[in-house]
Structure formats: structure tokens, C-alpha cells
Design a protein around this ligand. Structure first.
Ligand SMILES: [Zn+2]
Ligand SMILES: [Zn+2]
Length: 255
């Protein structure tokens, strides 16, 4: 699929693309999504060089449940403070980056500000994490669904978009299946406590009636942010009940 791009031209001619982008940059200079400074000499299109240094990617080793990168090797997975209370219905969790500073802006813009122009920066992040290819190979990606009302208002489901970008960027055998539906409208989780989040999301998901299961395949739930893990865990519970043996979780950000 082709993603709408806010400020870049695409064509089959890379030389022409470079020229068009250069001309465009003169008239519409790209600014950083976090600090609003112009983006120059950065590995990203919408993250400046200084903010790029503050973007923490989740290189291994990571917590096996939430994917938090252990910046200090001494911390043991079982002691991870970010997911101590979670009893996961999935076997492994991974994430791409910490949802702090520019990482938070990236996710926020993708989610709420029609930030599909950030897709190329998302692809750059994915390419910097080579272990993702092994994780996603031959897997079925299952996006966490939005309620239809919310999806209509937003125009897209950010988790599904994330799954599509993974499929396109990793260039390996990956399927995407919308196996889940959201059965009721839930209050935004952002201001809720851990307990309230669990209650809020309880029974909010079900299996899609159209889905066909391949129970032997690895299924990876795809979500935008890991906060307490309650949303993804509620989804994993549904897949587990359906008889899927191997369930993992991949989130865009952690925090
Ligand atoms: Zn910046
Ligand atoms: Zn953890």
C-alpha cells in the first residue's frame, strides 16, 4: 500500500525525487516534531539531529514481557519495574523505542495528528532494529482494533498502519490479519490507574466473525504503546482462548 506523504514527492525516478525534495525543502523547510527546529543533516525527515540523539531505541537485551531495553545489563527480566503486576497471556513482548521526549511526539503525531507523513521515519527506526526481522518472520500480525466510531473519526487504525509498515519494511514473509474487533467503546486509558485500565478494557474485545485461524503460526499482537500492558493482554487472552499457541506482542513505543 502507498502511504500519504505530507511533504515529500514520490516517483519512479529517485534522482527526480531528490531534486523535487530539495526544491520543496527550500519553500517548505521541514521542522522537528519535538523542538520545531529545522531538520538538517539528520537520519530522519521530521526529527532533528539533536532530538534524534534523545530517541532511545529498544535494542536488546530487553524485558521479555514489555520489551523495555535494559540500559543496565544487571537488571533481571523478572524484576522489570514496568510490568511487575502483569500476568501476560502472551509469551514475549517487544517494543521499538521509549515513548519519551521525541519518541512520545512521534507516537502522538502518528495517532492523533494524521501523522502518516512520519511513516518514513518509522521505517528508519525499524531498519535500525535488525532483530525485528527474525521476530516477525512467518508470523501473523494482529493489530489491536479501534472501535469503529473512533476509527471513522481518525480515518485509520494506527496499529494497523504500524503492522503494514513492518510488513513493507522487513521484507520477509509476514501476514496481517484483523482477527479482533472492539465490542464496546472504551474511555481513553491515559488518565486511568492500572486497576481502572484493567476494568475499562475488560470484555472490550472479541474475535472477528470473518477470521480464519492458523493455530500453529506465531501471532504477534501489534499495538501503539505499552503502558501497563492491559489492552494488549486483554487481546492476547482472546487469541489464547481461540487456541492459538504462540502469541507475542510488539508495540511501537514503551512508556
Ligand atoms: Zn528537535
Ligand atoms: Zn517489563
Amino acid at each position: 500500500m502507498d502511504y500519504p506523504s505530507k511533504k515529500s514527492f514520490t516517483s519512479k525516478h529517485p534522482q527526480r525525487n531528490l531534486l523535487l525534495n530539495s526544491i520543496q525543502d527550500i519553500f517548505f523547510p521541514r521542522s522537528c516534531i519535538d523542538c520545531s527546529e529545522p531538520v538538517e543533516d539528520s537520519p530522519y525527515q521530521y526529527i532533528c539531529k539533536s532530538c534524534a540523539q534523545l530517541l532511545i531505541l529498544a535494542h536488546p537485551p530487553n524485558c521479555i514481557t514489555c520489551g523495555y531495553p535494559f540500559l543496565v545489563d544487571k537488571i533481571m527480566a523478572k524484576n522489570c519495574p514496568h510490568c511487575l503486576d502483569l500476568k501476560p497471556n502472551y509469551s514475549r513482548g517487544y517494543t521499538l523505542c521509549l515513548a519519551k521526549k521525541v519518541g512520545r511526539q512521534l507516537i502522538h503525531n502518528l495517532k492523533y495528528n494524521n501523522g502518516l507523513y512520519l511513516i518514513n521515519d518509522l521505517k528508519s527506526i525499524i531498519r535500525q532494529l535488525p532483530h525485528l526481522r527474525r521476530i516477525c518472520q512467518d508470523a501473523i500480525l494482529v493489530p489491536v482494533p479501534l472501535h469503529p466510531t473512533k476509527q471513522r473519526a481518525r480515518g485509520f487504525n494506527q496499529s494497523e498502519t504500524f503492522a503494514q509498515v513492518l510488513q513493507k519494511t522487513l521484507n520477509t514473509n509476514i501476514q496481517i490479519q484483523n482477527l479482533l474487533i472492539r465490542t464496546r467503546f472504551t474511555q481513553s486509558q491515559t488518565t486511568l490507574s492500572k486497576e481502572q485500565r484493567r476494568e475499562n478494557i475488560h470484555d472490550a474485545f472479541a474475535l472477528s466473525s470473518e477470521c480464519k485461524f492458523d493455530l500453529d503460526k506465531k501471532h504477534i499482537l501489534i499495538d501503539d504503546v505499552f503502558t501497563t500492558g492491559s489492552t494488549a493482554n486483554a487481546c492476547a487472552k482472546i487469541l489464547k482462548k481461540a487456541g492459538i499457541q504462540k502469541i507475542e506482542l510488539l508495540t511501537l513505543g514503551h512508556g
